[in-house]
Design a protein around this ligand. Structure first.
Ligand code: TXE
Length: 480
């Protein structure tokens, strides 16, 4: 008998409960913005220490609701969160301090600078694939910038965010309600948009567009991180053994459920067969299971994914692709074995639509440049990678890749380098998380302009206008 481990979707909080949480968050924001940045840094570092002291418990919660290997929870979610905390708490002063502004010389008697003012309540609408890293990483940055957060996790993985909320409350270090979780589906998400001063959404293109439309109607800033179709492009001079291992990890890590995960591989014809052989050898060593220990892959997280992936594999097979693996191992537990699609082509959905599962289609191409052209033809533009020994050439080619993030001989790990902006173009989203921009976006810039001296004299361009003044100003402009 199969023991079912996939939890059901959480039911919605009532509209009244959500409104009460939003009111708490707003009150917390008002008190939190009075803390100095140094205090915020210190308190958030202490909160992180408290959470990591309960690391085992946290890993167990994430594992229970996603079925991921425990090593993956620790390396992908917690270690990356640690780097986010380290980076932003160490750089917050540089990024958020008042920025002096340039003035033209005739205005040197004035002071000008930009200050970053917290927006208030930031709504974070998050998906199910990284239930700790995405909500916590984004909340950390938003709180550091002086905001309260209203976190709406996916209804399929709400327990992790609720655990974090409880753990933060138990520390007693932050104002009550500063990190508030709203549980529910799209209806709850829509209310989070209505209750927030800004929204950061991570999820699908279709929902992201609906969220953006609703934010626009309410004239609220909205940042979107949507799906991707990462093309991995392998040139004939690539270090094939590293590229093959990277392809397997990049396609199957997190059971293929990563927005920046490899979704399609293009290989130059001269090395195609050797590359496929290395990939197959690497895949044969993968261990799959739901126990969490000593496994490389777990299960899918979101029930509709199984049917969607099956449909893409059937479509590939019907169009002449050779599908290896991809068997449904345990339907009730959303377990499928990793799949390789050989002979892939662009008339197959698996090469053009987001799969978001453990599937690696490989397409043979004459030249890598052709692969860049083909992949640019799609609607997504999140991440891509180029694999070649000629890094100088790869760096030149990066400019022709339509993606927010391009790696050379590497992939995925750039998420942990949070000095880099993270985000996409086209249907992959708007705006960036991480980086200076990704911290400042949680504030609105206030331009401050101060007349310093002389205290009594009026400006020559004020009333009354006369010819002499016009001449004086135009003479000054000539010298400026
Ligand atoms: O995403 P949704 P789903 C892709 C992946 C997957 C597909 C669907 O291809 O198959 O999206 O996944 C909330 N107003 N990605 O259905 O619908 C919802 O409750 C406000 C890529 O889970 O985008 C959840 O919290 N919020 C992605 C969040 O939006 C609404 C990661 C995301 O849900 C809402 C996950 C509404 N009207 C899936 N409707 C990535 N970029 O990493 C839903 N929500």
């Amino acid at each position: 008998m199969t023991v079912k481990t996939v939890p059901a979707a959480a039911s919605n909080m009532t509209l009244g409960e959500i409104a009460a949480r939003a009111a708490n968050a707003r009150q917390a924001a008002a008190s939190w913005r009075r803390y100095s940045l140094s205090e915020r840094v210190e308190l958030l570092r202490a909160v992180w220490q408290e959470l990591t002291s309960r690391k085992k418990e946290l890993c167990a919660v994430v594992h229970a609701e996603t079925g991921k290997p425990l090593a993956e929870v620790e390396m992908m979610e917690l270690a990356t969160a640690h780097l986010i905390v380290r980076y932003f708490t160490s750089n917050a002063h540089r990024i958020l301090q008042d920025q002096p502004a340039w003035r033209p010389w005739p205005l040197l008697n004035k002071r000008a600078y930009v200050r970053y003012v917290p927006r208030g309540v930031v709504g974070l609408i998050t998906p199910w694939n990284l239930p700790f890293l995405i909500p916590f990483g984004d909340a950390l940055a938003a709180m550091l910038a002086g905001n309260a957060v209203l976190v709406k996790p996916s209804e399929w993985t709400s327990r992790t965010a609720q655990w974090v909320e409880d753990a933060i409350r138990a520390c007693g270090l932050l104002p009550e309600g500063l990190f508030s979780v709203v549980v529910g589906d799209g209806q709850a998400g829509a209310q989070v948009v209505a209750e927030s001063d800004m929204v950061l959404f991570t999820g699908s293109f279709a929902t992201g567009r609906a969220v953006a439309q609703s934010a626009a109607a309410q004239l609220k800033p909205c940042v979107l991180e949507l799906g991707g179709k990462h093309p991995m492009i392998v040139f004939k001079d690539a270090e094939l053994s590293r590229a093959a291992k990277a392809a397997v990890w990049g396609s199957f890590a997190n059971c293929g459920q990563l927005c920046v995960g490899v979704e399609r591989v293009y290989v130059e014809s001269e090395v195609h067969d050797r590359f496929v052989e290395l990939v197959r050898r690497e895949m044969s060593g993968l261990r799959q299971g739901l126990g969490g220990q000593d496994v490389d892959l777990g299960r899918l997280i979101f029930p509709p994914q199984l049917a969607r992936i099956k449909e893409q594999l059937e479509d590939a097979a019907a169009k002449g692709g050779r599908v290896i693996g991809g068997e449904v191992l345990d339907e009730a537990n959303l377990m499928m074995s990793p799949a390789l699609v050989l002979g892939a082509s662009h008339d197959m959905k698996v090469m053009t639509e987001e799969t978001f599962g453990p599937v690696m289609p490989i397409m043979k191409v004459d030249r890598g440049e052709e692969a860049i052209r083909l992949s640019n033809g799609g609607s997504y533009g999140l991440s891509a990678s180029l694999w070649t020994a000629d890094t100088a050439r790869a760096e030149r080619l990066c400019a022709s890749v339509e993606a927010g993030m391009v790696c050379v001989n590497d992939l995925l790990t750039h998420y942990a380098v949070c000095s880099l902006p993270f985000g996409g173009i086209k249907h992959s989203g708007l705006g960036r998380r991480h980086s200076d921009e990704g911290l400042r976006m949680f504030c609105w810039p206030q331009s401050v302009f101060i007349h310093e001296w002389p205290a009594r004299a009026p400006e020559p361009w004020w009333f009354p206008y006369d010819r002499a003044k016009t001449r004086l100003v135009s003479w000054i402009m000539k010298l400026t």
